[in-house]
Design a protein around this ligand. Sequence first.
Ligand code: GLC
Ligand code: GLC
Length: 646
Amino acid sequence: MNLTLECKRSLNRILSRVDLSKLSKNDSKIFHERLTQHFPRLFELLVTVYNERYDMHYQLEQLVQQLADSFKARPAAQKKKDKQRLNNPHWHQSEDMLGMACYVDLIAEDLADLQTKIPYFKDLGITYLHLMPLYKSPEGDSDGGYAVSDYRCVNPKLGTVQELNNLAKALDKAGISLVLDFVFNHTSDEHEWALKARAGDEDFAEYYYLFEDKSIVDEYEKTLREIFPQVRRGSFTYLEDSKKWVWTTFNSFQWDLNYSNPTVFTAIVGEMLFLANLGCDALRLDALAFIWKEMGTTCENQPKAHKLIQAFNACLQIAAPAVVFKSEAIVHPDEVVKYIAPEECQLSYNPLTMALIWNSLATRKTRLITQSLSHRFAINPDCTWVNYARCHDDIGWTFDDGDAGILGINGYDHRLFLNKFFTGQFEGSYATGMGFQFNPENGDCRVCGSLASLAGLEQALEQQDPHLLEMSIGRILLIHSILLSIGGIPLLYAGDELGMLNDYSFLQDDHKKHDSRWVNRPAISNEDVVLAHTPGTVQNRINQGIRHLIKIRKTHPVLGRAKTQVIHTGSDHLFGYQRTHENGDKLLVLCNFSENEQTAHASVFEHLLPASQAYDLINDEIITFDFNLGKTLTAYQVSWLYVKAQ
Ligand code: GLC
Ligand code: GLC
C-alpha cells in the first residue's frame, strides 16, 4: 500500500466534504497548515488500528469535522496560548515549575471558593495545579470522581462549567497551569452512552465491551491482572437486567470503552477537545495502559494503545497544541517509558523513582535506586518526568525484578517485606500505612498512607519521642529534596507541605470505607495551614524546610532543564546524582538514607572538577573539597553542592 498517495487522496476527499465554512479566514489558514502537517501521522496511526473496519474512512471524515468544530470553538485566549507554547515547547522543564494535586472539595468549598486559595498557591510557588476529577459522576462511590457521567458537566457540588472557566482564567493570570483529568479508558455506568447501551441501543452497545457469552469473558480473564480484587474478583460485571457481561477493569460502575470501534475514538476526541478548550494546559491520561484489549494478552500496554494515544496527540496538535499529555502509567518501568515521547505523552508520572525512594527509606540502602535509575532515569530530552512521592492513589512496588536480581534481591519476597514495612507490620518499622487490594491468589498488595505518616511522623507524635520525631522530619525533607532536584516537575500532594497525617474518617463513610486510598486524602482546613505557619510547631519545621528548598530550586536553572546522571557514592546508604546545565553549571546531590552518619567517597567531588570548592545551597556555605576525607552527611542529611560555570 502506498500510504503517502492514499493519505493524500484521503485528505483531499475529506477536505472536499467537510464543512470548514464556519472558520474565519485566519483560522482556516492555521487549521489547514496544521492539518497538512499532522494528518499523515494521524492517517497512518488510524489505518494501523482500524484498517479492518468497514467504516474507517467515514470515521476519518467525521474526525476532521470534529477537529475543525473544536478549533472553531476554541477561545481566542487559548489560541494565543497555542502560539506561545509552540514557540516555547520546553516550558514544563523550567526550574520555576512546581506542581500540586488536590481535590477541589478537600481544600476549598467549591470551584468558586478555590479562587481564594490562589494566593496560597502562589506564595508556595505552585505553577501547576492538578485538580482531581471534577466532572459529573454518580452519587455515593464514584471512585473519587474517576467514574465520569458527563465530561462536559461539572459536578454540581463543585460548581458549574462557567465557574471552572473563571478559575482557569484566574489561575492563568497567576501563572499557574491547570491540569485536568482525561478519563478516557472508561465512563461511569450513568453516562448517557452507557444508559443507552443498557436500554438496548445497538450503536451505543458497541461503545463498550458487552458479552452475552460467558466463555468469551472466561477466555479474556485467563490473562488479565485484577486491579481491585477486594472490590470484586475479575474484570467483568454481570448486568442482571440485560443478561450481559460488561468489561469493568476498575469498579463495577466504571465501564471500559471499546476503542476497537472507531466511533468511540471520534466521540472521545470531541470530549477531549472540550476539556482542552476549557483552558487547561495539560491533560492527565488516566489509566491509559488499559485502553486496548487483545485476547490472550494482559490487555495492558498493548502496541495499539500507543497508536491510539499518538492519534489523540495528533488531534491535539491540530486543534489545541498548547495542551500537553501526562501519562499515568503505573506499570513496569520498561512499559512506563514507552508512553513518553513528544508525539505521545510529553509528561509522565515517575512511579519507579517514587517506589524506590520509599524502598530506600525502608531498607536504609540505596543500591536498588542507584542500580535502577542509573539506566532508567534518562528520557527523551523534550519530555519531562513528574516526580512525586505519593498521590491520591496507593503506592505499588513497580521496580524491575531484573534490577533487583542483579543485587541478589528477590523481587517477590522484597515486595512482601515492603508491604509489611509500610503497613507497620514489620518489627521496628516507623511507618503507619494501610494495605490496599490484597489479592489472596498471589499475595499481591499495595500501600496507602499520607507522606508524613509513611515517613514516621504519626508514630513519632503518638509516642512523643523526640528522636523519632527528628528522624521523621529528616525523612520528609529528604523525600522533598529529591523531588525538587532530580529533574522534572516536582508534584506535591496538597497537605504534604503541611505535614498532614493519615485521615481515618473515611472508615465512617459507607461510600468510602472499602477504599483505603481515602486514608491518604485528608481534608485541609485553615487550622492546618495556620499550624504550619506557627513557629515552634513540627508542621512549621516541615513547611519551612520545604519552602527553603523550593526557593533554591526556583533561582537555579541547574535544577530545571538539565541532565541528570546517577552516580556511585561509595556508600550503600547514600544516593547521589549530578545535574549538568547546558550553560555548564553543575550540581551534585547527595542524600543520606540512614539514621547514622555516612561518608561519600572523595571521588564524588570529581564530578564537580575542575572547581575545588562548591557552594552548599541548602546550608548557604562554601565547602572546600577534601580528597582525603570525602563528604560526611548526618542522619537523613541532603547536600546540594553547586558549582557555577566558569
Ligand atoms: C487511575 C486513578 C485512580 C482510579 C483509576 C480508575 O489510576 O488514579 O484513582 O481509580 O485510574 O479511573
Ligand atoms: C493500578 C493501575 C493504576 C491505578 C491503580 C489504582 O495500579 O495500574 O493505573 O492507578 O491501580 O489503584
